[in-house]
Design a binder for this molecule. Structure first.
Ligand code: CA
Length: 527
């Protein structure tokens, strides 16, 4: 146990002049490290200790990056907290290194497979779920009522279908739907409906009078299907058919007739979904979204580096990995543009960051709006320090593509999917991109989960993993405890991913059915 161990600090780079205290519960004054450094005061676990005297104005280095400047003289052995640091200015978006790093192509990782649901469009699902798309929040209560009935009365008859989910959201009416940025929430909802876990069985519940009409949400051609009978009956092309239950339709007399319509539509889709079978597919069919939430100073030491190692394994296996959270990578933009596979990819990255800078500016906030009280309590002084620990989730592979918020993936490899760092919005946008497996690291602890896709949660500290033993799927704190290497935990995560993707294992969030709401990113005005 770490608490019983000798005083231990973790330094991320040989050039760093601060390190974080690893011991559970922190260390008190007088604690002496192996190299003779003596603590001058109490330093909580995960917080920084000055390894040398830091004169006023000097750069405080972690990850070999200046995370701030000392506001006064800080003697060696002192607690270096955020009140002693001046945050460095944001890196401009001009003159960045563009696709300058050309790492040798790593050896392909072959022979790894999982059992997935192959779709007509070539994508692969990890779960078999009936999703009911909604055009507007007005129908949410009705859809939820119907979903409960479907679960109770229909789902038991279709053993190959895992779940029924209403894609509820707060968009659809009372919004400036023609504003340029409205494209983001609209395409997000469209692309979520097409997520690989839903098997192409799109059904829509609409109110009738809303701004986001079904044909606008899912225009002809976005889905191939649907109801062969009506296609044959009326001679319409398959593309023109969208399965919509409209609550304001004159056919509906009374609430129960609406519920009956939804259940009848659901029955047809459940029948089709029930014919799906898992088949052996290569690991390259994984589409993994990585993100973090409730971060602490260990996030960038244990869990995120392990995820980064696993990201490299996945990319070598030909899979897709998305990293996101723009405000948490913005301070490492030069690392990212230099890792872009081409100058065009680097430019796309800068375009997304510039768009987000302008978005924040419009709201009169800056990047200091990121970092929460919990982040600071966990030892993260500011967004620069948080960003350096966040970026490592992306591993070391070249970045081969960029997605704007709500866009759907068109290629494999390591992708920067631009999203806010908000856990719910990031997860929602990664679902829209086509994510079929989610990896989430946390230091402070969050019970986050999604109904649409399995979420594997990785704890950064053993203390959290012990207390939340039935919520955390992997304990990366063993890295800080000296019980496992980054590589060990990275491989463990890789194998767990294949098991979870195959349905052989459930994550804790799935076990307890912990489902956070979808949250659409709407940067456009509401009316
Ligand atoms: Ca997040």
């Amino acid at each position: 146990m770490a608490s019983a161990r000798a005083p231990l600090y973790i330094r991320m780079h040989a050039d760093d002049n601060v390190a974080i205290v690893a011991n559970d519960g922190g260390l008190g004054p007088g604690a002496t490290f192996a190299d003779g450094l003596v603590l001058r005061e109490k330093v909580p676990q995960g917080h920084k200790v000055a390894l040398v005297d830091l004169p006023q104005g000097s750069a405080v280095l972690r990850y070999k990056v200046s995370i701030g400047f000392a506001l006064k003289d800080i003697p060696a052995g002192s607690w270096v907290h955020e009140r002693l640091l001046e945050m460095p200015a944001a890196r401009g978006l001009e003159g960045l290194p563009m696709a300058t790093v050309k790492p040798p192509a790593p050896a392909p990782l072959e022979g790894y497979t999982f059992e997935g649901f192959r779709n007509a469009d070539g994508s692969v699902g990890t779960r078999n779920i009936l999703a009911i798309t909604t055009t507007v929040q007005c129908v949410a209560g009705v859809v939820e009522f119907a979903v409960q009935r479907i679960k109770a009365e229909l789902l038991p008859k279709f053993p190959n279908v895992d779940d029924v989910v209403g894609l509820e959201h707060t968009y659809g009416c009372g919004v400036a739907i023609d504003a340029p940025d409205a494209i983001i929430p609209i395409r997000t909802l469209r692309n979520i409906s097409l997520n690989p876990n839903f098997g192409g069985e799109v059904m829509v519940v609409s109110l009738g009078c809303e701004k986001l009409q079904p044909e606008r949400l899912l225009p002809p051609g976005t889905i191939q299907i649907v109801d062969e009978r009506s296609v044959a009956d009326v001679g319409l092309s398959a593309e023109a058919q969208l399965d919509v239950v409209c609550l304001q339709s004159e056919n509906h007399v009374g609430f129960m007739s609406m519920i009956d319509s939804i259940m009848q539509a659901a029955l047809l889709h459940l029948e089709k979904l029930n014919t799906r079978r898992r088949e052996t597919v290569p690991a390259s069919e994984l589409v993994v979204g990585v993100q973090c939430g409730g971060s602490d100073a260990f996030s960038g030491v244990t869990a995120n580096p392990a995820v980064g190692f696993c990201t490299d394994l996945l990319v070598r296996a030909g899979a897709t990995v998305m990293f996101s959270e723009t405000t948490e990578v913005r301070d490492g933009i030069d690392q990212l543009t230099s890792r872009a596979s081409t100058p065009e990819v680097a430019e796309a990255m800068i375009r997304e960051m510039a768009w987000y800078d302008a978005y924040l500016q419009k709201g009169q906030v800056d990047r200091s709006a990121n970092t929460t009280p919990g982040n600071k309590k966990g030892g993260l002084s500011n967004i620069v320090e948080k960003a350096m620990g966040s970026i490592v989730k992306s591993g070391s592979a070249p970045i081969s593509g960029v997605l704007a918020p709500g866009e759907k993936l068109k290629q494999k490899g390591l992708i920067y999917a631009a999203t806010p760092a908000s856990d719910f919005i990031c997860g929602t946008l990664q679902l829209a991109a086509g994510m079929n497996l989610h990896v989430f690291t946390t230091g402070r602890g969050t019970p986050y989960g999604l109904a649409e896709c399995p979420v594997i949660k990785v704890a950064t500290r053993s203390d959290l993993a012990r207390r939340w033993h039935d919520l955390m799927d992997i304990n990366a704190g063993r890295i800080a405890d000296g019980q496992a290497s980054i590589e060990d935990v990275g491989w463990e995560l890789f194998h767990l991913m294949l098991d979870v993707a195959s349905g052989r294992k459930k994550t804790w969030a799935e076990h307890w059915k912990l489902h956070n709401a979808l949250v659409l990113f709407n940067p456009a005005p509401v009316t």
